[in-house]
Write a protein that binds this ligand. Sequence first.
Ligand code: ZN
Ligand code: ZN
Length: 384
Amino acid sequence: MPGPAESDYRGGMASSPVSIDDLRRRLVAAQQGMQAQGWGCLLVSPGPDLRYLTGYEALPLERLTCLVLRDGGLPFLVVPELEIAAAEASPVGSLGLDLLPWAETEDPYAKTADMIGPLTSAAVDNHMWAEKALPFASALGDVPLQLAGPVLSSLRIRKSADEVTALREAGAAIDAVHERMGEWLRAGRTEREVAADIDRAIIDAGHVRTDFVIVGSGPNGASPHHEVSDRVIEEGDPVVVDIGGTTAAGYCSDETRMYSIGQPPAEFLEYYAVLQEAQWTAVAAVRPGIPCQDIDAIARDIIAGAGYGDLFIHRTGHGIGLETHEEPYIVAGNDRQLEAGFAFSIEPGIYRSGAHGARIEDIVVCGEDGPLLMNDRPRDLQVL
Ligand code: ZN
Ligand code: ZN
């Protein structure tokens, strides 16, 4: 394969949760971003943005929990009375964030609006449920709500050294699952049976949650988002295995490797060689300053040059961090230049409808001098 040796791209392992100082810096940066947009407040409900800013992994439930950043005041956390202990046990306690508790019979939206005071604009995190965003808009005096996504993703898109370590640990955990694939994947079993074994192994390998398990055997491999079915895996099947989970640190893994049960069809091997070259060439091209769309084009041009362009039917990759899919997207039209610390997948695929398909996926961090690989399982077809 072209490019430097795979081992050149891997660094050491260490474990490191986010420090309170880092959380403080993130809160300040979010507040500055809010002010630069001219928003009067920024409301963040439970989810990846709240976890990024406060370390609090609150469950998204019907009762309102919400971080409030505001112009001209300290941030505070709106929290149901019965969840005060949980909030204080999280990094929210060490951060010393002010709490605005509300009792079961109170209206938390009105109480929050009173605390904030009059404003002319407000922003909400992109994942805030409509059942919270609409009452907020109304309680705040029908101000127009903006999506805070651009401000928050501009912070989350650059991973710190600690976050890269967390992604590397997630990558090593999912590598460990792929390494065991031969224990489960064989002719005569259904995709669903194999997926159940993989699901357990994802937890055993150090994730706290399985996010998805795709086992696409034979013709099912030609559907990029096929998950599993009751199809019985047959001798000669190529099998797409695309799996991911979330670790205790909150960071996601996502890795696709290709397997075959015995000898696959000759046509499959022809395009698999093309795919492998496309994927690895795109990985090797990662460096600061190259636009996202150029990474996509590098993979796509190799596949198209070999005559398979019509069979590569999705973007080349997506950012990853506290969510499996986040910015930056590696896609035509995205001229954003890569910067050190951007983390994303490179996962071209070739899909021969009705017959079989292939995808190879690695998580890559853009380093100062080139790509840092979070996965290191062999990219050659694994014949079981
Ligand atoms: Zn994947
Ligand atoms: Zn992916």
